[in-house]
Design a protein around this ligand. Structure first.
Ligand SMILES: *Cc1c(COP(=O)(O)O)cnc(C)c1O
Length: 484
């Protein structure tokens, strides 16, 4: 005789939801998510004022007893999520925009609810195969041989770290402190951080000067390598950028590969921002030579529009990654042979982790590569459109035209001393952001401030670029830069 279900509070195992409870919770969350996404284009770009006070108000005591899901979700959507930069908005052009395509959220839901273990191949041949398929697609995209492989990380910073550690292990003795790493002065700070975390003192990282298009200058590399060798140091690694965060510059990867070979350096390409433009014709020609790298960083949470927490490092020879990260333990299965079925736990510091591969695999299955290629081509076209419009304004100086989908510019005020012109550039940036329709971030290029616009959200289309131009013109007029 069937027993009557007990009310949740008196149930022996409250952590195990009934089917009705699962439906109620998920449908409630889904309703709020869909409403949130519907309102997204009109939501303000940032609501971070009073953040300290608001965040204090949100930190309560650890509850001993639960409360209804509706309450919790209402608090999240009404008070927690809005207190932020609106990084998912179509108007978000700051830093390097992330993504957040909906099917990836569904993949995370499935992955978390089924909770399979993917650290070791034998524990989940099915789920691991899905992640291996993703890594194989990425390897083919980059053009690495079949000896190549890699691992999905939480982001580009971790990917750069694994690359530096692999290079260190491959090219330097156990006593590695004389090793020197070279990159341009435009390189992402995560490369410097990776070198520090990998145990190098900061003075072992050489920031080489960049040229007029913000690309690494290889003549400077030759000089520094010779000088460092003469001083008894051990040059071991060259890091090139395929899309810098400053200005979007893509180093000459073919020439960098030649130089790295000539000097016997491990060649890493940080393609966290630019890598997935390899899906487009323009990207393929601009990133030509990337297949000659020893390692490459990709960031699917940028150019594949996936949610934060999805990065990737690829290496030309997967053994280099394994040698740097593998440690045997008696309670683990013996190492696998060379059959292309890797234990992810041997390729990074992580043992247990989320099933990241599904978050990449499911959207690609649903949409196919063509949809991503089209979206990336759209971003390239939008950046060119924005560039053409800015270049037509006499009161704007384009400092870095788009090589991919990122450009940098400043106010042109030739009659003012540089510090006053710089102040106008800063006011232009804050004035545009105050309009709450578009968010830009700034940086400093050769010591002077600039505004940057990076078009990489899958939600950004021409209408939003037009809003940006309207806001720029309005603020430009207020500052007396643009004509009436
Ligand atoms: C974003 C970025 C990184 C860092 O990646 P995270 O995913 O934020 O850790 C590294 N290099 C470049 C060029 C980037 O654009």
């Amino acid at each position: 005789m069937p027993r009557r279900p007990r009310a949740p509070r008196e149930r022996a195992h409250p952590l195990e939801l009934t089917e009705a409870e699962m439906h109620a919770l998920v449908e409630n969350a889904l309703r709020r998510v869909v409403a949130h996404l519907r309102e997204l284009p009109g939501q303000p770009m940032h609501d971070t004022a009073g953040g300290r006070k608001r965040s204090r108000a949100l930190v309560g005591r650890l509850p001993e007893h639960g409360r209804p899901g509706d309450d919790v979700l209402r608090q999240l959507f009404d008070h927690v999520i809005p207190a932020s930069l609106n990084t998912a908005s179509p108007g978000y052009l700051g830093y390097i925009p992330g993504g957040g395509i909906f099917p990836a959220a569904v993949a995370d839901f499935v992955a978390d609810a089924t909770n399979r273990y993917v650290g070791i191949w034998q524990a989940g041949p099915g789920p691991v195969a899905v992640e291996l398929a993703v890594l194989r697609w990425f390897r083919e995209l980059v053009g690495f041989p079949s000896s190549g492989g890699g691992v999905l990380t939480t982001g580009g910073s971790m990917a750069n770290l694994l690359a530096v550690v692999s290079a260190r292990r491959d090219r330097l003795p156990a006593d590695f402190l004389r090793g020197v790493l070279y990159a341009s002065d435009q390189v992402h700070h995560s490369v410097v951080k990776a070198a520090l975390v990998a145990g190098f003192p900061e003075e072992r990282v050489r920031a080489l000067p960049s040229d007029g298009a913000f690309r690494l200058r290889l003549d400077a590399l030759d000089e520094h390598v010779a000088r460092d060798r003469a001083a008894g140091l051990q040059p071991f690694m060259l890091v090139a950028s395929a899309g810098t965060t400053h200005t979007g510059a893509v180093d000459d990867l073919g020439a960098c590969a030649d130089a790295a070979r000539e000097h016997g350096l491990w060649f890493h390409v940080d393609a966290a921002y630019g890598g997935f433009f390899l899906l487009t014709e323009h990207g393929r020609s601009l990133l030509a030579g990337i297949h000659r790298a020893d390692s490459v960083t990709l960031d699917p949470h940028k150019g594949l529009f996936l949610p934060y927490g999805t990065g990737c490092v690829l290496v030309r020879d997967v053994e280099t990654l394994r040698r740097a990260h593998r440690v045997q333990a008696d309670y683990l299965p013996p190492p696998r042979g060379d059959d292309g079925l890797w234990d992810f736990a041997d390729l990074s510091p992580e043992l247990s982790r989320d099933w990241r591969g599904l978050r990449v695999w499911l959207p690609l299955q649903l949409h196919g590569a063509a949809a991503f290629r089209a979206a990336l081509n759209e971003k390239l076209a939008l950046a060119r459109l924005l560039h053409a419009e800015l270049a037509a304004r006499r009161w704007i100086d384009v400092v870095a035209p788009p090589q991919l989908s990122l450009l940098a510019f400043r106010a042109r005020a030739p009659d003012l001393p540089p510090d006053e012109a710089d102040a106008l550039t800063r006011r232009l940036l804050s004035g545009v952001n105050q309009q709450q329709r578009v968010f830009l971030s700034g940086t400093s290029v050769r010591g002077r401030p600039v505004l940057r616009a990076c078009v990489l959200s899958f939600r950004t289309h021409e209408d939003r670029i037009r809003l940006l131009l309207e806001d720029l013109d309005r603020v430009g007029r207020e500052l007396g830069l643009a004509g009436p």
